[in-house]
Design a protein around this ligand. Structure first.
Ligand SMILES: C[S@@+](CC[C@H](N)C(=O)[O-])C[C@H]1O[C@@H](n2cnc3c(N)ncnc32)[C@H](O)[C@@H]1O
Length: 274
């Protein structure tokens, strides 16, 4: 069998679903080929049977809708590769907007609090790009393992402190900026999410209470106690939460409140200053 046969046959397995990119990526991963190497070898016969078995295992998992990021245990975010597993959310492109906004505001190394750090993508990137110090708070012990691994992989152990605790039990700390991509999906929305999300990603990382804004509301209410005067709060929010979040921020005394839209023109990231 040629590599191109494996590709074509695999597409047929998925009948009505378009899995071209996934199949391509999984063949490359199983046979340890770059995209360019695949194109050079595509009309050669497959001889590595162990790699072929690995590919079939991946393909079976894809048939069960498992995201390939969990199979390969990695995901690219803002031009960098992060280790991930099923204990953490798969990094989303929307979160890159939050990182971009933070980078625009940071002019010199500052002190940052990352609430709900998960795999650490936000805090680690900001530490790496700006030299800032980051306290990365995450309540899940399993996610903490991923966070610590990424801190080492990205060489920011001197700047990013992982803290395994619930943000709402934190009592002290003063920061120039708080960043957070909190759980913001409502209980109702959870039931309607795609199978790839609902069956594989950690529910506790996504669901923010009955109406989705429970954690956001708590963070906004507590944030001012952790910010220096003039400090910034940046948060990712749900698709229908702009008005409510604006209200929370106003009531908590934030000013210069602004929202940035995502690629679907949905207000997705909010910024406020205390
Ligand atoms: C939506 S995920 C975001 C993870 C990561 N920051 C990212 O952007 O991919 C939210 C994370 O917040 C954590 N979390 C939720 N509530 C928390 C709390 N009260 N204190 C600390 N972490 C919390 C969850 O365990 C989860 O890892």
């Amino acid at each position: 069998m040629l590599y191109s046969d494996l590709y074509a046959n695999s597409l047929k397995v998925f009948a009505n679903q378009n899995k071209t990119l996934e199949i391509q990526v999984l063949i490359e991963a199983a046979f340890n080929l770059s995209r360019a190497e695949y194109w050079i070898k595509k009309n050669e016969p497959i001889t590595d049977l162990a790699a072929l078995r690995t590919f079939y295992r991946y393909r079976n998992r894809l048939l069960k809708d498992e995201p390939i990021a969990y199979m390969l245990k990695k995901k690219e975010f803002y031009g960098e590769v992060f280790f991930i597993n099923k204990s953490v959310l798969i990094p989303r492109p929307e979160t890159e907007i939050l990182v971009e906004k933070a980078l625009e505001l940071i002019e010199k190394p500052i002190q940052i609090l990352d609430i709900g750090a998960g795999s650490g993508i936000i805090g680690i990137l900001l530490a790496k790009r700006t030299g800032s110090g980051v306290t990365a708070v995450e309540r899940s012990k399993k996610a903490m393992y991923v966070l610590k691994k990424n801190i080492v992989l990205h060489g920011v152990g001197d700047r990013v402190i992982p803290v395994c605790r619930d943000f709402f039990s934190m009592r002290s700390g003063k920061f120039d900026m708080i960043v957070s991509n909190p759980p913001y999906v409502s209980e109702g929305e959870w039931g309607e999410l795609e199978v790839t999300v609902r069956d594989y990603e950690p529910k506790a990382a996504l669901v923010g209470g009955k109406d989705g804004t429970g954690v956001i509301r708590g963070i906004v209410a507590g944030a001012s106690g952790f910010l220096k005067p003039g400090g910034w709060l940046l948060m990712e929010i749900g698709y229908n939460q702009e008005e409510r979040v604006h209200g929370f921020l106003k009531r908590a005394g934030f000013r210069e409140i602004a929202f940035s839209e995502d690629y679907s023109r949905i207000p997705r990231v909010t910024v406020g200053r205390i």
